[in-house]
Ligand binder design. Structure first.
Ligand SMILES: [Zn+2]
Ligand SMILES: [Zn+2]
Length: 324
C-alpha cells in the first residue's frame, strides 16, 4: 500500500460501483463514413512529429528537448491523475487548486475536453466492446487505436452518450470552465505557448520549437490510444478473464494503462493498478503527494483480500500475489 499515508486518507469503495453491461456478440462488419478532414489532420500531425524526432536529434537545442519532456510529463498527469482517475472514475476527490492544476495539465494534451473524454470513457467501461463503446476492441486493433476517431460514430454510441450520467461533470466549475473556453484554451496550451516559450527564452527556431513539441503531443496521444488498443488485445488477464482488457507488460512502462485488466476489474481504484505505482509515469505518487498536503482526499482502492479473491474467482491463473 502507498507508504506514509494515514489509514484515514483512504475510504474503501462504498458509493461508487460501476455497472458492466453484459457483453454483446462481436461486432459484425460495419459501414463507415470516413471523416477525411480528421484523417488529413492526424496524418499531418504524425508526419510532423516524425520530423520533430529528426530535428530533436539534429538541430534542436537541448533546452527545447528537456522543456518538452517536462510538458509531456505534466500532460500525462493531466490525463492519468486528472481526466481518467479523478473525473472519469471519481477514484478520489481533489480540492480546487489541484483541480485547476490538473485541468491546465490536461489542456496541454489536445485530447479533447475533460467533459468529452470522461463521458467517452464512462461509455467505454459501461458498454465495453459493444457499439456504444466509442473505441470498441471488438472492431479490431486499428479501430480501437485510432480508427474510431477517423469515422462517424455509431448511432448507438451517440445515443448512449446522451444518456450516460455526467451530472457530476456538469456541476463541476473547473470542468465546465474548460469546456466553455476550450476553443481558446486548447490552441493556446497545445500549440502556441509550448512553441513560443523555447523561441522567447532560449532563441529556438520556430520549426524546431513546433516540431519537437509535436513529438510529445503525439506520443501522449498514442500512449492513450495504446491503452484502448494494445491493452484490449494482447496480454494476460490475472484478475478477470471474461473481459478484453489485459495486463500488458511493455505498455506498463509508459502508462498505468498497462495494468488494464486490473483497472477494468477495479475501476474505482485511484492507483489504476494493484501496485503503489507504475514504472515511469508515477501518477499514483503524484496523487499520494497531494494527499499528504491535503489537496487530494477520499482515495478509493481495492483491499489485498478483494484483489486476491477476485483473481482466484475470475482470473486466468496468471495472478501472483505480490508483497509490497
Ligand atoms: Zn479499457
Ligand atoms: Zn478507466
Amino acid at each position: 500500500m502507498a507508504p506514509n499515508l494515514k489509514e484515514t486518507d483512504f475510504i474503501h469503495l462504498q458509493a461508487y460501483k460501476e455497472v458492466q453491461e453484459p457483453l454483446k456478440p462481436k461486432a459484425e462488419k460495419r459501414e463507415y463514413t470516413i471523416l477525411y478532414h480528421v484523417v488529413l489532420l492526424l496524418a499531418y500531425l504524425h508526419i510532423g512529429a516524425l520530423y520533430g524526432v529528426y530535428l530533436g536529434f539534429t538541430s534542436a537545442k537541448w533546452a527545447t528537448v528537456v522543456f518538452n519532456i517536462f510538458v509531456y510529463i505534466a500532460g500525462s498527469y493531466g490525463v492519468s491523475a486528472g481526466v481518467h482517475r479523478l473525473w472519469s472514475h471519481r477514484a478520489y476527490k481533489a480540492k480546487m487548486p489541484l483541480q485547476i492544476m490538473l485541468m491546465l495539465m490536461q489542456s496541454l494534451t489536445g485530447q479533447t475536453t475533460i467533459f468529452n473524454w470522461a463521458r467517452d470513457h464512462r461509455l467505454h467501461h459501461k458498454y465495453c466492446d459493444t457499439d456504444a463503446d466509442p473505441h470498441s476492441s471488438a472492431r479490431g486493433v486499428f479501430f480501437s487505436h485510432i480508427g474510431w476517431l477517423l469515422v462517424k460514430r455509431h448511432p448507438e454510441c451517440l445515443q448512449r452518450g446522451k444518456e450516460v450520467d455526467v451530472s457530476d461533470l456538469m456541476q463541476n466549475p473547473v470542468v465546465m470552465f474548460q469546456k466553455k473556453y476550450y476553443s481558446i484554451l486548447s490552441p493556446l496550451m497545445v500549440f502556441i505557448l509550448p512553441t513560443l516559450i523555447p523561441m522567447y527564452f532560449w532563441n529556438e527556431s520556430l520549426s524546431n520549437a513546433f516540431h519537437v513539441h509535436l513529438v510529445m503531443v503525439m506520443t501522449g496521444a498514442n500512449v492513450t490510444f495504446c491503452v484502448n488498443s494494445i491493452a484490449h488485445a494482447f496480454g494476460d488477464k490475472p484478475y478477470d478473464k471474461n473481459m478484453s482488457a489485459t495486463k500488458s507488460f511493455p505498455l506498463s512502462f509508459f502508462s498505468s494503462g498497462g495494468h488494464h485488466n486490473y483497472h477494468h476489474a477495479f475501476p474505482f481504484d485511484y492507483r489504476s493498478s494493484e501496485f503503489a505505482n507504475d514504472y515511469i509515469t508515477f501518477a499514483t505518487d503524484f496523487i499520494n503527494f497531494f494527499a499528504r498536503i491535503g489537496w487530494a482526499y477520499d482515495l478509493k482502492y481495492a483491499t489485498p483480500d478483494m484483489i486476491a479473491n477476485r483473481a482466484s474467482r475470475t482470473g486466468d491463473g496468471t495472478y501472483h500475489h505480490h508483497d509490497e
